[in-house]
Write a protein that binds this ligand. Structure first.
Ligand code: GDP
Ligand code: MN
Length: 373
């Protein structure tokens, strides 16, 4: 039996990078930016014409509640329009939307129906053709805004010309919200706000993603060849020199699926990976602050999981081939730590990212199957 092998040394170095990078980044960005003032001049009464786009594919169960939720918002009705864009739903979603519109004649609702499903981004781009608002709000049908002031609180940021896009923090809801999902969110929400205060965050959420319409037009709409339309567009806007932010007081609730939770997260990780890859291909030159944020987030999503994978592989080799005592101890420690929730959450996320990058080679999941919520 060996006590310590070269393989162990390499594995330890890789593990140090794997766990060290996110830990250092998290504490660095949190301490440096989280409690900083925003340095933005906002007019809380700013209420421009806005267009709210709700994309739907088989949302019969949720669409009326979603529209009610928008209707309850404290925002002048004569300054907003809703566009529901449906892509060949087979569960009668458009009919329900029409009925809802008839019952609420005091709000301007436009239903656009595609006769073939080509994915969310296609649908959003079609809706954009009809949009007249200065500000465009995209919101998924399976999400709700718990606060009546959500729209006003999101839109007011655009009174400052430096802001190009705004998104929200997410609160998972549903009958079966797992501990994993909750602790994952806690950690990620801190990052989103701190990154936003540094300059911009490259990760946006479809529950509430708000953009200046003229910037969307400059970009030619949402990207049709990748899944993360919101994150990619926010990143492009940050690269144009505008801020893409998540404020600390904007929340959306998202229904977490009861079944297929892991496939759901894998598909979303696939989309995010696609967004990072597509931005990297642009070879853009971001501002200094955004360069750090984007660089590290891209590293954490694309490469960092594989450091863990290789470290584990080497430890197993060291154990099996060289009978290393250190390898046994390290592997046992890694397994024992799984009883700690935060650690388990982290490892789960790494597995999801790895499976997602492999799956991306097989299918981009641009028109994904619906999961039960
Ligand atoms: P997730 O939030 O990433 O898990 O994806 P969802 O399945 O919740 O979809 C986000 C939103 O896009 C929901 O409102 C869906 O109804 C809608 N959606 C998904 N695919 C399509 C599509 O092909 N066309 C349209 N119009 N909407 C879609
Ligand atoms: Mn969703």
């Amino acid at each position: 039996m060996n006590t310590f092998t070269l393989l162990d040394t390499i594995a330890l170095a890789l593990a140090a990078i794997h766990f060290g990078t996110p830990l250092i980044y998290y504490h660095y960005i949190k301490n440096r930016y989280l409690n900083k003032p925003w340095d933005i001049k906002i007019n809380s009464d700013y209420k421009p014409m806005i267009t709210i786009i709700v994309p739907t594919y088989n949302e019969a169960k949720l669409i009326e509640k979603k529209l009610d939720n928008i209707y309850e918002q404290n925002y002048p009705r004569n300054r907003l329009e809703i566009i529901v864009v449906d892509s060949a739903s087979t569960d009668g979603t458009p009919k329900l939307v029409k009925k809802w519109a008839e019952k609420h004649p005091d709000i301007n609702l436009n239903l656009v129906v595609e006769d073939e499903r080509r994915g969310k981004a296609y649908a959003l781009n079609l809706a954009l053709k009809y949009a007249t608002g200065k500000i465009v709000v995209v919101t998924d049908a399976d999400s709700l805004w718990p606060d009546r002031e959500t729209l006003r609180k999101a839109v007011k940021w655009f009174s400052d010309s430096s802001i190009g896009a705004v998104s929200c923090l997410k609160k998972p809801v549903g009958s079966e919200v797992r501990g994993v999902e909750k602790s994952y969110r806690r950690y990620y929400n801190v990052l989103r706000v701190a990154e936003s205060k540094a300059f911009a965050t490259p990760i946006f959420h479809g529950e509430l993603a708000v953009f200046r319409r003229n910037l969307l037009e400059k970009l030619g709409g949402f990207p049709k060849d990748i899944g993360a339309d919101d994150s990619y567009t926010a990143t492009r806007i940050a690269l144009m020199g505008y801020r893409a932010i998540v404020p600390e007081d904007l929340w959306a609730e998202e229904l977490v699926p009861s079944k297929s939770y892991f496939w759901w997260r894998i598909r979303r990780a696939q989309h995010l990976i696609q967004s990072f890859m597509k931005v990297i291909m642009l070879k853009a030159k971001p501002s200094k602050e955004f360069k750090i944020v984007f660089g590290i987030e891209a590293f954490l999503h694309l490469l960092n999981p594989w450091f863990l994978f290789i470290a584990l592989f080497l430890l197993n080799m060291s154990l099996l081939v060289m009978n290393s005592l250190t390898a046994i101890l390290l592997i046992s420690l890694g397994l024992m730590l799984l009883s700690i929730e935060q650690y388990r959450t982290w490892i789960t996320t790494q597995l999801i990212l790895m499976v997602a990058s492999v799956r991306n080679m097989l299918s981009k999941e641009l028109a994904w199957s619906k999961v039960q919520k």
